[in-house]
Design a protein around this ligand. Structure first.
Ligand SMILES: [Zn+2]
Length: 271
């Protein structure tokens, strides 16, 4: 249901504009009512502080990377402060539009996408030249604990629109209900996530998949997803996350070499 509301067809945009009358657009970080104001003046500095790199325009993944199970990865924000608050709100407080707005921020920060505000609705402008060597965006499936929507799937709506590639939620499924991973070591997480996902060959086979998650910590979930997609015939798998813990130095900020699967990560704060 939420995905249908978020797509960028003229009818969906009109519907969302009508919704502004009841639920006006708010800043995803601080909750201030923005309406048609392009960006929250109170949170510009916060976004800058939490960025792991400062965008100087669109960036592209380095060529000819690959060989591992993840061709390249990128995580542009630290999981702290207003970024952490926004993700927690999207995840635990039934605020699906916050997730969509974070997807706009991700598209802008990582690929330089322009975001226009049309009658209180943020609409990304499709990039003229595809900045990534991917042809399918796949969100990591939600654990489903207490939510009626999947945060990475909603985050992927504006991102897919900006990149000009389809978003396919059905490409990756959970085989069982997971349990919270906070507090688990990387080894424990790898055991926990083994076989946790199954990819559908009819969507994944022959595709260059861009996998999207909200928070990346140890990479165990990402690795399990990438393995499932590869097993289903995906040609390649690249990874984008919105945020990672401040101490984590194993994930590249912008598209670059994959995280070091052998590195010892720090404990996550909430995930
Ligand atoms: Zn704000």
């Amino acid at each position: 249901m939420w995905a249908g509301l978020g797509r960028y067809t003229p009818g969906a945009i009109l519907f969302r504009q009508a919704c502004q009358l009841i639920l006006p657009r708010r800043c995803p970080l601080c909750g201030r009512v923005l309406g048609s104001v392009p960006a929250c003046p109170d949170c510009a500095l916060e976004l800058k502080i939490r960025a792991r790199w400062q965008s100087e325009g669109p960036c592209a993944p380095p060529p000819a990377l690959g060989g591992g199970i993840v061709a390249w990865a990128a995580v542009p924000f630290w999981y702290a402060g207003g970024i952490r608050d926004a993700l927690l709100r999207a995840k635990y407080r039934e605020q699906p539009w916050t997730a969509v707005q974070l997807g706009c921020i991700l598209a802008r920060q990582l690929f330089g996408a322009q975001i226009r505000v049309r009658a209180g609705v943020e609409v990304p402008t499709p990039l003229a030249v595809p900045p990534v060597d991917c042809d399918l965006l796949v969100p990591v499936p939600s654990s489903g604990r207490g939510r009626s929507y999947n945060v990475p799937a909603l985050m992927g709506l504006p991102l897919a629109h900006a990149l000009g590639i389809p978003l396919e939620e059905r490409a990756l499924l959970r085989t069982r209900q997971g349990t919270p991973q906070a507090g688990l070591s990387r080894e424990e997480r790898l055991i926990h996530t083994a076989g946790l996902f199954r990819a559908e060959a009819r969507y994944a086979a022959g595709r260059r998949v861009l996998l999207l998650d909200d928070v990346l910590t140890t990479g165990a979930t990402t690795a399990a997803c990438a393995q499932a997609l590869t097993a289903a015939g995906a040609e390649s798998v690249a990874v984008i996350g919105f945020a990672t813990s401040r101490q984590n130095r194993t994930l590249p900020a912008k598209p670059g070499i994959p995280f070091d699967l052998d590195a010892e990560p720090d404990e996550p704060e909430d995930f």
